[in-house]
Design a protein. Structure first.
Length: 73
């Protein structure tokens, strides 16, 4: 996987979200879909809300809806 480096000054911070985070909350996604969701979040998140678990799940479900569970009855 391609590595990116972030250089920060002492008066800056960066919060990192990973593929592992996306797949933890959206376990129906493939790795490729999870990376796609991460890229969407990076380029289109609302700065007044930020990125959080709910935003990740909503973004994933919009693009890749969670499959409905089959009823065994």
């Amino acid at each position: 996987m391609k590595k990116r480096t972030i250089e920060l000054d002492e008066d800056q911070i960066a919060i990192i979200w990973s593929l592992e985070d996306v797949l933890m909350v959206c376990d129906w996604l493939t790795e490729e879909q999870g990376i796609d969701v991460l890229h969407d979040l990076e380029h289109s998140h609302d700065a007044t809300i930020g990125i959080n678990w709910e935003v990740i799940r909503d973004s994933a479900e919009t693009k890749y809806p969670e499959p409905e569970e089959e009823d065994d009855a």
